[in-house]
Design a protein around this ligand. Sequence first.
Ligand SMILES: [Ca+2]
Length: 215
Amino acid sequence: MKFKSLLATAALISAAALAQNASAAVNIVSNGGFEAGSINPGSFTTLFGGSTAITGWTVGPDSVDYIGSYWQASEGARSVDLSGAQPGSIAQTLTTVAGQYYKVTFDLAGNPDAGPVLKAMAASSAGPVQNFSFNTTGASHGAMNWTPSSFIFQATSTSTTLSFASLTGDAFGPAIDNVAASAVPEPATWAMMIIGFGAVGSMARSRRRQTLAAI
Ligand SMILES: [Ca+2]
C-alpha cells in the first residue's frame, strides 16, 4: 500500500509539473515566425524605420530585410535580416506580469553574402541587454545553420518591449526567426524542483526494487 500511495503521490506531483509546464508553454509573442505580413516579401523586401509591414512588429532605425524565398527560413517560409540598408531592429510590445520571469527563445543565423563572418545582435527586454553573435562560416542560402538561442528576463511592468537589433555595421546582418516567449519559474527555484523530483523518483525506484525483491 505504501508503494501505491507513493506512486499516487509521484503521479500527482508529475501531473502538477505537467500542468505547470503546460501553462509555461503559452507563447506571448505574436507572429514570432514573421509569416504574417501586410506585404509579401517575395525574395526579400527592405523595410525602413517605422514600418509595421510585418504583423505585430515595428521596424526601428535604420532598416531590416524582410526575407522570403531569398534564403531558407528556420520556421515557415519567412525570416528577418536585422541589417537592411544599414543595421536595424524590430520590436514588439508583450503583455507581461510584473515580477514574472519569461524565457525568450529564437533561432539565430546570419546573412552569408558578405563579411564580417561574425554577426552581432542585441536583444532588449526588461532586463539587461543580451548580446549574441553568429558565425556565418560555412553557411549558405540553402543551409543557414539556424541556431536555437534563448535568454531569460524578469518583467517589471504589465508590458515589456522585446527588441532585436543588429550590431553589425553593414547591410549583411544577423538573421532571426521563430521567436517565442513564455512564463517560467524564478530561475533559483529550478534547481530545487529538479532535486525535488529527482528525490521522489529515486524513492519510487528504490521502493519498487524492494517490492519486486519481496515478490
Ligand atoms: Ca519564419
